[in-house]
Design a binder for this molecule. Structure first.
Ligand SMILES: [Zn+2]
Length: 238
C-alpha cells in the first residue's frame, strides 16, 4: 500500500510553479514516519497521525481489492487487536496513568493476544458496567482456520469477516471517544511524539482518511463493499 505525498514547499512556497506538483508515492511504513525528498530537492519529514488499528484495517481493505484474501483476514485481525491496545491506553491516560507505568504493564501482555483480550474485556466491563460486544464465535473460528490452519478464504468470506470486524470496532470506538476524550488526545499525541526525532523541528503531521477512523466516527454503520468502491475510485485517480 502506498501513500501519495505532495510537497508543501512546491505547493505553497515562493515563486511560480509552472504546473501543479504531482504527488509522489511512498510505501507505508511501520513507524509512521516519512522522510520525503521531492523532485525539486525539498526534504520534508511527515508523521502520519493515524493509529495502527486504522492503518491495519485500511491495509486489509486494499488486500481485499487486490485479491489477497488471507492477507486481508490477517490485517483485519491485527486491526482489532491493536484497537484493544488503543482502548487500554486511552483509558489509562484518561485515568491519569503515566505512560511509563502503562508501558511496563503492557510489556507483560504484549506477546500474547489472549492476555490483551482479557485485559480489554475487564477494563471495558469496569468502565461501562456491561461486557463488551466481541467478534462472534463463528468469525473467531473462521479467523483461526485462516491464520493457523492455512485455510484459503473466498472473497465473500474475507469481505464478511472484514465487515464483522468493522461492526465490532466502530461502536466500541464511539464509546471510547466519548468516555475518554482526554485519553484519546494524549494517545494520539504520544503516537506522534514517539515518531519524531530530536531535531525534527520541521516535522509536520499528516492525516489520511481511513475507513475506520477516529476523525470520522459517528457510530453510523459502514458498508465495507461500498467503502472498497470508494478506495478503487481514489486509486484510479492517483
Ligand atoms: Zn518540493
Amino acid at each position: 500500500m502506498r501513500l501519495p505525498f505532495i510537497c508543501n514547499e512546491c505547493l505553497f512556497g515562493q515563486g511560480e510553479v509552472a504546473s501543479p506538483p504531482y504527488p509522489s508515492y511512498v510505501e507505508l511504513r511501520d513507524d509512521g514516519r516519512y522522510e520525503f525528498l521531492c523532485p525539486q530537492g525539498h526534504k520534508t519529514i511527515t508523521v502520519l497521525q493515524q493509529q495502527k488499528f486504522e492503518i491495519l484495517f485500511e491495509i486489509g481493505a486494499y488486500a481485499l481489492i487486490d485479491g489477497y484474501y488471507r492477507e486481508s483476514v490477517a490485517s483485519f485481525t491485527a486491526s482489532l487487536e491493536r484497537f484493544y491496545e488503543f482502548f487500554l491506553l486511552a483509558k489509562a491516560f484518561q485515568n491519569k496513568m503515566g505512560d511509563k507505568v502503562f508501558d511496563s504493564s503492557w510489556k507483560l501482555i504484549s506477546a500474547q493476544s489472549e492476555r490483551q483480550l482479557g485485559a480489554f474485556i475487564f477494563s471495558y466491563t469496569e468502565q461501562f458496567l456491561k461486557p463488551p460486544e466481541l467478534l462472534n464465535q463463528n468469525k473467531v473460528r473462521f479467523r483461526n482456520s485462516v491464520i493457523h490452519k492455512g485455510t484459503i478464504p473466498s472473497r465473500e468470506e474475507a469481505l464478511d469477516y472484514g465487515q464483522a470486524v468493522l461492526n465490532t470496532i466502530n461502536p466500541l470506538l464511539v464509546e471510547t471517544l466519548s468516555a475518554f476524550p482526554d485519553g484519546v488526545q494524549q494517545t494520539i499525541f504520544k503516537h506522534i511524539l514517539e515518531r519524531r526525532e530530536s531535531g525534527d523541528t520541521s516535522a509536520s503531521t499528516m492525516s489520511m482518511a481511513t475507513i475506520l477512523s477516529i476523525n470520522d466516527s459517528q457510530g453510523r454503520e459502514k458498508n465495507l463493499e461500498a467503502e472498497l468502491e470508494n478506495l478503487r475510485w481514489w486509486r484510479q485517480r492517483w
